[in-house]
Design a protein around this ligand. Structure first.
Ligand SMILES: CC(C)(COP(=O)(O)OP(=O)(O)OC[C@H]1O[C@@H](n2cnc3c(N)ncnc32)[C@H](O)[C@@H]1OP(=O)(O)O)[C@@H](O)C(=O)NCCC(=O)NCCS
Length: 125
């Protein structure tokens, strides 16, 4: 058998009720918001008309990344180590704030009136 490195691909998914995030403000919910989200994420979400949709989607994304990566890293990352950013055309991507092995992560988000969902594919290099 060749010594070729075996690549590990994993998926993660999560869905949340948007209502759970409705009415959250930095004034009243600072502890929760700063424990879960980075400043870049909070700036993005609170720049939108309905921040709860974007907060919920990012929460889903972090859970989905944790699911996918726990089987690659054999440890659980915290929410604040996983940052969700957007390219100039709006596409979301994952910025890992924890130094890990080389991992490629693909992320898709969606939200409607009630639910937000995130789907992740992760591959260790
Ligand atoms: C991408 C698009 C289909 C999303 O449609 P939608 O039904 O309004 O949005 P959904 O509720 O399903 O999903 C919203 C999420 O889509 C993601 N999204 C936005 N633009 C995206 C893009 N260009 N690619 C991938 N994902 C995108 C975002 O993560 C967004 O959530 P966020 O703002 O909280 O990060 C729509 O915004 C679109 O057509 N954008 C233009 C795409 C584009 O720029 N194409 C250029 C080349 S053809």
């Amino acid at each position: 058998m060749s010594a070729k490195k075996v690549k590990s691909m994993q998926t993660g998914v999560d869905i949340e009720d948007i209502s759970r995030f409705k009415g959250k403000t930095l004034e009243n919910d600072e502890h929760f918001l700063k424990r879960v989200y980075t400043k870049n994420e909070l700036d993005y979400c609170f720049s939108k008309k309905m921040p709860e949709k974007h907060l919920a989607a990012r929460f889903c994304a972090k859970e989905a990344v944790i699911k996918a990566l726990s089987n690659i890293l054999n440890k659980k990352l915290s929410y604040s180590q996983i940052e969700i950013l957007n390219t100039p055309n709006g596409a979301p991507y994952v910025n890992l704030l924890e130094k890990t092995q080389d991992i490629k992560i693909s992320l898709s988000l969606s939200h409607d009136r009630d639910k937000a969902i995130a789907f992740v594919i992760a591959q260790a290099g």
